[in-house]
Write a protein that binds this ligand. Structure first.
Ligand code: SF4
Length: 165
């Protein structure tokens, strides 16, 4: 992996457009992502300098920033208790039968936030454990036979193991 040193808002804002695009190219949609990164850096530079506070609604105004990105920034960079919902979390909750496969982001987020103590470290760890479980066990083709949630899972025993949903 090439290190380009674009690790601060200042460096991102000073980087040439093609340098920024090359840096994000492996994640796809590099033109749009480079532009989002620049807009985010413009918004966040005064925040990191302690001159301004950032809010979820401000982040969501940045083109290319959706709820998952906004909540990830708030939870992991600023320590705000905003539960992050990603594809792993949606898939796991759906398979466990807690929500439907088409549940909306805000409904899933509220569910966690209403049922857990409001605590940044708890949210971070909970989210990380879900991601770890889904990367190791509840994969697109799940390893249900070795899953410690199997007894509580609606997906287990349906004969659909292996069918992503
Ligand atoms: S039993 Fe299978 S589908 Fe259910 S949570 Fe575990 S790995 Fe996922």
């Amino acid at each position: 992996m090439v290190s380009r040193g674009l690790t601060t808002t200042e460096r991102v804002l000073n980087a040439a457009q093609d340098e920024l695009e090359k840096a994000v190219a492996p994640s796809g949609f590099f033109r749009r992502k480079a532009s989002t990164l620049r807009s985010l850096s413009t918004l966040l530079q005064p925040v990191f300098a302690g001159q301004k506070r950032v809010s979820r609604s401000l982040l969501l105004e940045v083109s290319g920033v959706g709820p998952e990105t906004a909540d990830s920034i708030l939870l992991y960079a600023f320590g705000d208790p905003e539960f992050v919902i990603d594809a792993y979390t949606s898939r796991l909750l759906s398979r466990l039968g807690i929500t439907g496969p088409d549940a909306r982001y805000d409904d899933l987020k509220s569910r966690f936030e209403n049922e857990l103590v409001c605590d940044t470290n708890l949210y971070r760890e909970y989210h990380a454990l879900i991601v770890q479980h889904c990367k190791r066990t509840c994969l697109a083709k799940p390893k249900c036979d070795s899953c410690n949630l199997a007894r509580r899972c609606c997906f287990f025993g349906t004969g659909m193991a292996g069918s992503p949903r």
